[in-house]
Design a protein. Structure first.
Length: 125
């Protein structure tokens, strides 16, 4: 948005005014207003590792998560406990708080989801 004012008397002017109709000045103050929107999203992740184990024994991820298909931000909580064989995931709509997805199951049964979909199968060649 652009607004033009007489620098001498402060009267708002149109683009057509070469001189101020109020005081006759040709001096101008031009104000340009730009607007934008900034969104901040946060997420915290953590892992508990134990010596002698290849994978972390516990993992968690809590915070904002972008759903790629819809382009919408959701609140996601994900917990993995390999010692207790537990997997828990809750996805909520950030604006309404409604639960969109909830999964609680043994980790050993959690297959074909997320990165688990892309496990390589070893061939017998």
């Amino acid at each position: 948005m652009i607004e033009i004012y007489c620098r001498n008397c402060g009267k708002k002017l149109s683009n057509d005014n070469e001189v101020c109709p109020n005081c006759g000045s040709k001096k101008r103050n031009i104000i340009v207003t730009l607007k934008d929107k900034i969104e901040l999203h946060d997420q915290i992740k953590g892992k508990v590792k134990r010596q002698g184990f290849k994978k972390p024994i516990r993992e968690f991820k809590v915070g904002d998560d972008l759903h790629h298909k819809s382009g919408k931000w959701y609140h996601k909580e994900m917990y993995i406990d390999r010692e207790k064989d537990q997997y828990k995931e809750i996805v909520k709509d950030k604006t309404t708080g409604n639960i969109i997805h909830k999964c609680e199951e043994p980790l050993s049964k959690h297959k074909g989801h997320g990165s688990a979909k892309y496990k390589k199968i070893k061939s017998n060649e």
